[in-house]
Design a protein. Sequence first.
Length: 448
Amino acid sequence: MKALKVFALAMLMVLVAVPFAGAQTITWNSSFTVVNLGSADATVTATFYDEAGLDYTPNPLVPGSVDNPFTLAPGGSQIIVMAFVNSTLPDGRYSVVLSADQPIVAIANLAGFQDPTVNYNGSYSGSEDVGQVTAYLPSVSNAFYDWYSHLSIQNLTNAAMDVTVTFFQGSTTPVGTITSNVPAYTSWHLTMDDAGISPALPTNYNGSATVAAAGPVAVVNNDYNQGMSLGAEQTYSGAVAGSADLYCPGLYDQFVGLWISSLNVQNIGADPANVTIYYSDGQSEEVVIDPNAAYLGVYMAGTHDGFFSAHVAGDQPLVAVANATSGSSSQTYECAAAGATEIRTPLAMKWFIGQYNTGIQVQNIGATAADITITYEGGCTETSTAVPANGVVIFYTPGNSCLADNWSGSAAVTSANNLVGIVNQNNEAPGSATGDFALSFLMFAVTP
């Protein structure tokens, strides 16, 4: 089997959890979407692992619709909604391993419901086992303006192993640490108020963390805010390596009057990092970041273009995430270390189930202007011409008349220059429900 892709965060199926003292209960559900990047049909198998390490391979995955394993045509995609998965899989928290005989990529969407009219939505990319024994989290919160982090850390090996999380706050000295023995392929779920973190993380903590083990791991941070009247959620995958150059395709400064952004940049090198951030609106800034520490930049003063991108350049390996909020919805994605002339999303939507639309934001990271074309599954295309170096373009599905309403599928973006991109999924017809209806994830580079 090739292209083993692993979700670090459990496929949360009707999970009831009380995240922190005094909070109201949130019930979580999930879906995941897989796309075949190969040139032949892919046979894909989904194996689920519960918190005790027991594995399940339910067949069918969706009764009357999707078998396990299932087949994907080249470029084809498949959505699996956990609420519809065969009833042999009990309710609970799971991690899932997707294996195939062609290269695949996948994303997961999370949906939380409180009261049950307050909604939380987040999205993240699946991880591949490439032997990573350390993962990096540029942004971790504990009671930071009512933001709390929930880490899900998956053991990607076939045997139990100890996993250690170390927390930092602006310096090289750890402010807390915790270790747990995690069964094979299973996820350890850690909240920031866990009594095992020693010393306990302070209130108003916004810092960074490293996750280390003897074997490969994958991590997702599910950041949630129940202090806001409408609730909010920001979800991203931990980085497994750093880069001296990072690219962030979507940042906002009072975009359409509502959206603002922040940027967390973590130095994972051994020495202080001299970092310059080049913005697509022509501005730049310089910062120095100590080892293990993270820089927090906030864009809400109206001093940048409403919508812009960033190139983060330093002399040490860096990782970064970009956050966005409108006051009622929030989203997060990982900044990319490299691009490709073709990038893919497993999922895009146009008025899907009458509610969901997609904005695909693509940054030209080449040295010259370039045309950028998107091709949606089914054949619809759109081209933006002469996008400048470090510039960014938005492909918004409702603006494409070729796509039919209620469409969903994968999409490929191509250019003569290297590209990076993110996908924003937005529920634009939430009805009477309130809360967070925005999701965002990084697109996948397609390499020969």
